[in-house]
Write a protein that binds this ligand. Structure first.
Ligand code: ME8
Length: 509
């Protein structure tokens, strides 16, 4: 049995969850479920980032303490993950003792080693991004990342000797082509590192909401140093036995492209300094806009996942987000695209195939799977396409190509619909001499779908469970169910209800 450790970003509590957050968490969930199905021991971590000036400011504005704000918002995240069927193993909050202890430990060990030292900082600071910029990096005197105003800050600060690790990091990225994905992002990071790494300011004195620097409580630890460390404190670091030993290094950090530099430059160099192994992979996915526009509170166009789930159902939302846009590219959310996917892919293709085929076996054989005869060319073709799909989906998910994996499944669903049209069971049913042939056709079409729904289980857990139930498969979906021949003679197949009702298409709402 292998072990698989994967993480999402820990989300800031000064914002409420929207589809961007749901997207990363959902992708992680599909991967976690896929690995569990293979029998791997999975540790799937998510959580919240609760320190820093941004959270402190939001709390002040709301007339709360930062912890009151965090306690309130964390519930919103947890409730959404429950509603979205997210099967995380652990949820870390950076205000938890286990985390604060681990962060203080690693910070102190780097001070002791001389890789963190006290100095003075004067530069331009972007509070929303919690990032310092040099004057030359600014664009029109605004933050080059978010285009918002920056302020000049001068403070005594601890620095992390990031410059010391530049060559080692470069060598690592070059020797491990899969370390940063997708490739275009890897190239961006390579050029960034080649331009040279400056030492990084890793403490602040201008506010107090954070983890104090051990031995100098005037300073709080920089929020990104604090946040990134969650990936090891959740495993029990600094205790090195137990989960830490079992699961570190992480198999994949799933993140959005906005925070790639933190994960592929800062974090690996912190780990190098601490003498710890580096992540196996950092994957930065693309950015969602909404009806062509950037999602923002001021535009009031933030897509609220709870509302989508209430309206369209959890599995339709899960399917849409991972099917619509290749993982790694930017995407645009629109209600009309979602409704279109539901009607064409889910109601027409997937649902209709299950409806037709389960209705037929009930009509012709009272729902009981019959002994089959020899397979003809058309049956062999459906069987081999189904078997090839299993291999393709495994390989696509290995590459985090969720959309391609779904596409491969849909090719077999379409082939199934075509198979019914071409083998015309209604004609076979009229001729008693064709009874065995009809039984074989029924077998092939149901068996192909049983395997499709196994592969769909990580994407659409509720739907797959329902569909497999109709197909007489009561066990949990598992890798052993991916073999052709799993559907046994004598199994009772139930006539399926519509998996996804069609929705009136009126264009965007
Ligand atoms: O950055 N499209 O937290 P955050 C796609 N606390 N993904 C999006 C998105 C969009 N429009 N908007 C948000 C932080 N995301 C830090 C992380 S990790 C040690 C600390 C997703 O609440 C995407 O995964 O701003 C992005 O990286 C993340 O939310 C940012 O979440």
């Amino acid at each position: 049995m292998s072990r698989f450790y994967l993480t999402t970003p820990i989300y800031y509590v000064n914002d409420v969850p929207h589809i961007g957050h749901a997207y990363t968490t959902l992708a992680a969930d599909v991967l976690a479920r896929h690995h569990r199905m293979k029998g791997d021991e999975v540790f799937f971590l998510t959580g919240t980032d609760e320190h820093g000036q941004k959270v402190e400011k939001a709390a002040n504005a709301a007339g709360e303490t930062p912890l009151e704000l965090a306690d309130r918002v964390v519930k919103r995240f947890q409730a959404l993950w429950e509603k979205l069927d997210i099967s995380y193993t652990d949820f870390i909050r950076t205000t938890q003792e286990r985390h604060k202890k681990g962060v203080a430990h690693i910070f102190k060990s780097l001070i002791d080693k001389g890789d963190i030292y006290l100095g003075e900082y004067e530069d331009w600071y972007c509070t929303p991004c919690e990032t310092f910029w040099t004057e030359t990096q600014l664009i029109d005197f605004k933050c080059p990342d978010c285009n918002r105003p920056v302020e000049k800050l001068k403070e005594e600060s601890y620095f992390f000797r990031m410059s010391k690790y530049q060559e080692q990091l470069l060598a690592h990225i070059e020797a491990n082509p899969d370390f940063i994905q997708p490739k275009s992002k890897r190239n961006e990071i390579l050029s960034f590192v080649k331009e040279g790494l400056r030492d990084l300011s890793v403490s602040r004195t201008t506010f107090t909401w954070g983890i104090p620097v051990p031995g100098n409580e005037k300073h709080v630890i920089y929020v990104w140093f604090d946040a990134l460390t969650n990936y090891i404190t959740a495993l029990g670091y600094p205790e090195t036995g137990g989960n830490f030993e079992k699961f570190w290094p992480v198999d994949v950090h799933l993140i959005g492209k906005d925070i790639l530099r933190f994960h592929s430059v800062y974090w690996p160099t912190f780990l190098m300094a601490a003498g710890l192994p580096l992540p196996n992979k950092v994957f930065a996915h693309g950015w969602w806009t909404v009806e062509g526009q950037k999602m923002s509170k001021s535009l009031q166009n933030v897509v609220e996942p709870n509302m989508l789930i209430d309206k369209y159902g959890v599995d339709a939302v899960r399917y849409f987000l991972l099917r619509e846009v290749p993982f790694g590219l930017d995407g645009d959310f629109s209600h009309s695209a979602l409704v279109h996917r539901i009607n064409s892919d889910l109601a027409n293709d997937l649902g209709n195939l299950l409806n037709r085929s389960t209705a037929m076996i009930n009509k012709y054989f009272e729902g009981i799977v019959q002994p089959t005869g020899p397979l003809q060319e058309i049956d062999e073709s459906l069987k081999s396409r189904t078997e090839a799909m299993v291999v393709q989906v495994e390989s696509h998910l290995g590459d985090l190509a969720f959309s391609k994996a779904l596409q491969a499944i849909w090719e077999v669903i379409s082939a199934g619909n075509k198979y019914i049209d071409e083998s015309a069971p209604w004609t076979l049913a009229k001729d008693p001499a064709q009874k065995e042939r009809l039984a074989t056709v029924m077998y092939c079409i149901l068996e192909s779908q049983r395997i499709c729904h196994h592969l769909l289980a990580p994407f659409m857990p509720e739907t797959a469970k329902k569909a497999l139930g109709y197909l007489g498969w009561d066990a949990e979906p598992a890798a052993s169910g991916l073999q052709w021949g799993g559907l046994k003679e004598g199994t009772s197949v139930v006539k399926a209800e519509a998996l996804f009702p069609r929705i009136e298409e009126k264009g965007s709402e």
